[in-house]
Design a protein around this ligand. Structure first.
Ligand code: HEC
Length: 103
């Protein structure tokens, strides 16, 4: 016999679990960013390579996630394509992270 609060708890877990999967983990994104992106975008999102947007100033952050992920996957001008070297989950983690960089 289950108590009503236990049932409620299970329902809450079922509702929140998928959301957190899709939301992206910014801490994990930070590690991938330092490894694969910081050479051009800078450790804290202040770009090192000329012509690279400053995420620290919120540049390009007005674009929706699907547009940014397509640029990361397919490359954009001087940025190489990352398709195949990043999983969808890693891409989501990266987007969650770069959206925290605006100061
Ligand atoms: C070799 C340098 C370089 C690396 C490495 C690099 N980028 Fe970029 N990135 C750029 C440049 C340059 C642009 C601007 C391209 C343009 O608009 O002409 C850019 C643009 C972007 C944009 C904006 C795209 C848009 O649609 O406006 C995002 C988001 C981005 N990079 C994320 C990343 C992520 C995440 C990584 C690591 C997985 C990464 N970049 C690695 C150079 C780089």
């Amino acid at each position: 016999m289950m108590y009503r609060t236990q049932k409620l708890l299970i329902v809450c877990l079922l509702i929140t679990a998928p959301v957190s999967v899709f939301a992206g983990n910014a801490n994990n994104g930070s590690m991938i960013f330092q490894e694969k992106c910081a050479a051009c975008h800078g450790k804290n999102g202040t770009a090192v390579l000329p012509g690279t947007p400053h995420f620290s100033k919120g540049e390009r952050m007005e674009k929706p996630d699907n547009s940014l992920s397509s640029s990361i996957n397919n490359g954009l001008n001087a940025m190489p394509p990352f398709k195949g070297s990043l999983s969808d989950a890693q891409l989501g983690d990266l987007l969650a992270y770069i959206r925290t960089l605006k100061k």
